[in-house]
Design a protein around this ligand. Structure first.
Ligand code: FMN
Ligand code: SF4
Ligand code: SF4
Length: 267
């Protein structure tokens, strides 16, 4: 193992893919501290002091999740760290997360040194059903191989750029998605006959967008469409329009539901 100092990995994860990646790197690199981006936003901790700083997040509409973008605007780096990013996704290369990241980092006179896509499983259930188990297993095998290479590259502070296919064309989709943010959660509904009032949907929400005055969820129109609430509900009481009815919910096999929950109340 190469001798180096501390690494901070900021992660954002609704169904565990990005948390799995962050954990994978934590196990293979020395002195890695994981920090949850929603929890950093909630606590207002925006200073990062480490030799290496990484960001692991899902691709959302061909670019950054809204809260990852918000955090990148706010975070400040002390000294000159090695910066890297990994975008987990269902379809690799189609998008522009790293050029959008670099545009934000440029305002702080920084750029990414390493950037990688990592194809796992799409959790975007409104578009299509979760992949079959055999496909998930094959993707996991390829992902682990690629991750071993990424861990070695990060350990050596390697520079790594990547393809971002049709990145200019994809900007429009991302902007349109952001413009209709207040309408996103109008699509959610809860089957109150199935709901057991367990509260997991409320506790996974990275935006505190769910209240439960009568036990079941009510959405507050500041959703960032991570889809955590939809996937985590243990009785599948939550749906997104009609299209998700009967579709398989997803969570990365190595991540437990409780690892995805937030507890903002204690902060
Ligand atoms: C709102 C939304 C938009 C998404 N857009 C894309 C996309 O443009 N390209 C892609 O490959 N995957 C897309 N996905 C799938 C996720 O990027 C992918 O499943 C990711 O690994 C989930 O990570 P997580 O489990 O850490 O949340 C999208 C998912 C959501 C919820
Ligand atoms: S309401 Fe659901 S989809 Fe929206 S941000 Fe919260 S957990 Fe994510
Ligand atoms: S996670 Fe499901 S069962 Fe639990 S409170 Fe939310 S909707 Fe109800």
């Amino acid at each position: 193992m190469i001798d180096m100092g501390k690494t901070i990995i900021y992660y954002y994860s609704a169904t565990g893919n990005s948390l799995y990646v962050a954990r994978f790197l934590q196990e293979r690199l020395p002195a890695v501290e994981l920090r949850s981006i929603p929890e950093e936003l909630n606590s207002g901790r925006f200073e990062a002091r480490a030799d290496q700083i990484g960001f692991v997040f899902p691709m959302h509409y061909f670019s950054l999740p809204m809260q990852v973008e918000e955090f990148l605007e706010k975070v400040s780096f002390k000294e000159s760290p090695y910066l890297f990013a990994i975008a987990t996704c269902g379809v690799p290369y189609w998008g522009r997360p790293f050029s959008d990241m670099n545009a934000i980092l440029a305002k702080k006179r920084r750029q990414l040194h390493g950037a990688w896509f990592l194809r796992l499983v799409s959790n975007y259930l409104p578009y299509r059903d979760t992949a079959a188990q055999w496909r998930i297993s094959i993707r996991a095998w390829f992902a682990e191989r690629k991750l071993n290479g990424i861990a070695k590259a990060v350990a050596q502070n390697d520079h790594h750029d990547t393809w971002q296919v049709l990145r200019d064309m994809r900007q429009r989709y991302h902007e349109e998605w952001r413009e209709r943010q207040e309408m996103i959660d109008g699509q959610f509904s809860c089957n109150t006959e199935k709901c057991t009032s367990c509260g997991m949907c409320q506790r996974i929400c990275p935006k505190s967008n769910i209240v439960r005055p009568a036990g079941y969820p009510v959405w507050q129109h500041k959703c960032v469409e991570c889809l955590g609430c939809l996937h985590i509900c243990p009785v599948e009481a939550i749906d997104y329009g009609e299209v998700t009815k009967g579709r398989r919910r997803y969570r990365h096999k190595d991540i437990q539901p409780k690892e995805l929950l937030h507890d903002f109340s204690s902060k």
